[in-house]
Design a binder for this molecule. Sequence first.
Ligand code: NAD
Length: 489
Amino acid sequence: MTKKKEIAIDLNSTWEFAPAPESTAHIKLKKKYDLFINGKFVKPKSGKYFKTINPTTEETLAEVAEAGQEDVDLAVKSARTAYKEWSKLTGKERGKYIFRIARLMQERAREFAVIEALDGGKPIREARDIDVPLAAAHFFYYAGWADKLEYAFPNRKPKSLGVVAQITPWKFPMLMVAWKIAPALAAGNTVVLKPAETTSLTALKLAELFKDAGLPDGVVNIVTGYGKTGAMMVEHPDINKVAFTGSTGVGKIIMKAIAGTSKKSTMELGGKAANIIFEDAPIDQAVEGIINGIFFNQGHVCCAGSRLFIQESVYDLVMRKLKDRMENLVVGDPLDKNTDVGAINSKKQLDVIDNYIKSGIAEGCEIYQPEGSLPKKGYWCKPTLFTNVAQSNKIASEEIFGPVLAIQTFRTVAEVIAKANNTPYGLSAGIWSDKGSKVFNMTSKMRAGVVWANTYNKFDPTSPFGGYKESGHGREGGVQGLEPYLKFE
Ligand code: NAD
């Protein structure tokens, strides 16, 4: 493991950070971020700001406005006013704006990647190679659909919904915002978006880009704040739809709040995915898939392969290779391009993860963590795995949202199907086998919205993503991701 590098901070009027090692680009953050309403950055009527922390250094990166009721009212009003004109534009015109946003995002990819790593703690390599290009790809993809809605939904006369409230989580802050805003705009809606309180900066950077793209004022409004602000959006009478990504607990609160109203909803909630290794799997490839499945983005992934099932006959082999591979993971400074596992997003989440690790030990599971020490400052968790795990153990049944893997074995196909589906969640699953027939059989039996075969955590704007059971309803991505932003005659 590497040691955390010092990040130079200028304490004067703007915060300035040393560039990532291979770059000459300096990223300037503002000291204070205001709300983005009606095409302008405005101070919150609430007068309140909160701090956003760099999880690597525990230093304050910036202060961010906390929107109160009056601010949310203004944002919704601005989106409603903008809707009158935006919804009258032709799909081709809307598509041009969305396309322009995608291009600008590509041009400023480096800035976005650095801010994502600073504010979220994720490795810059992932932000640079996955999050930012994929976010731009979503805008490109939905730009293409904007003038083809009639074709996408033949004989159904698709119409926009109106004003949509969008609430996003702290994992993949930029990508989640792209998953939400791009299809909403393509479908002709206007937006009030709230990013998560610990990772608001890339969404606010995106607001600057919307201005530069000439997006008409009020089409996208960004209000920042805690859950209270999100609840104000959900309960606002002039909202037509709530698109939420976050925990199952908050998803249930939102569903109760909108029950009995005409508001539509999309819920992208938690997960506890099974990653299944059969004895005929390409083992080296599968071990990489296990690593990527659980340690990508520090395990802050709703579809993380957090329950590993290994067929008994290859258990020893897989475990040996897996532990060897874990010893080589670089944990440390997210701005170092060689880092594999960055910082845990917040102290609160680190405590949650630590408590799950303690519960695994207390329940008699066997822990394994690679050698090496962690940086002294910041929020860190070693890549961790547990063996001797029972289905009933908390680490095997509850979503941890951290780099912690619970490992079980199986003998037969029927046994692993029963074990894998024995969860209230149903977001994703992974199958590793050389036999196509086995893969097809398994994919049809897994109660999961996304099933990967001989790969894991692969995303594409053309593919729908979403869950069953307590993992939510509705889909994001693909033509299916447009449908929840439309109504039909
Ligand atoms: P969270 O539910 O705590 O918060 C998500 C967002 O909801 C934040 O912006 C938060 O401020 C807001 N919020 C909190 N209380 C609210 C309320 N009462 N009303 C309205 N908004 C409220 O989730 P999190 O900790 O930010 O994210 C982690 C969770 O998100 C995990 O459970 C993960 O599985 C899930 N997730 C799911 C997907 C998916 O696509 N299914 C994707 C990413 C994350």
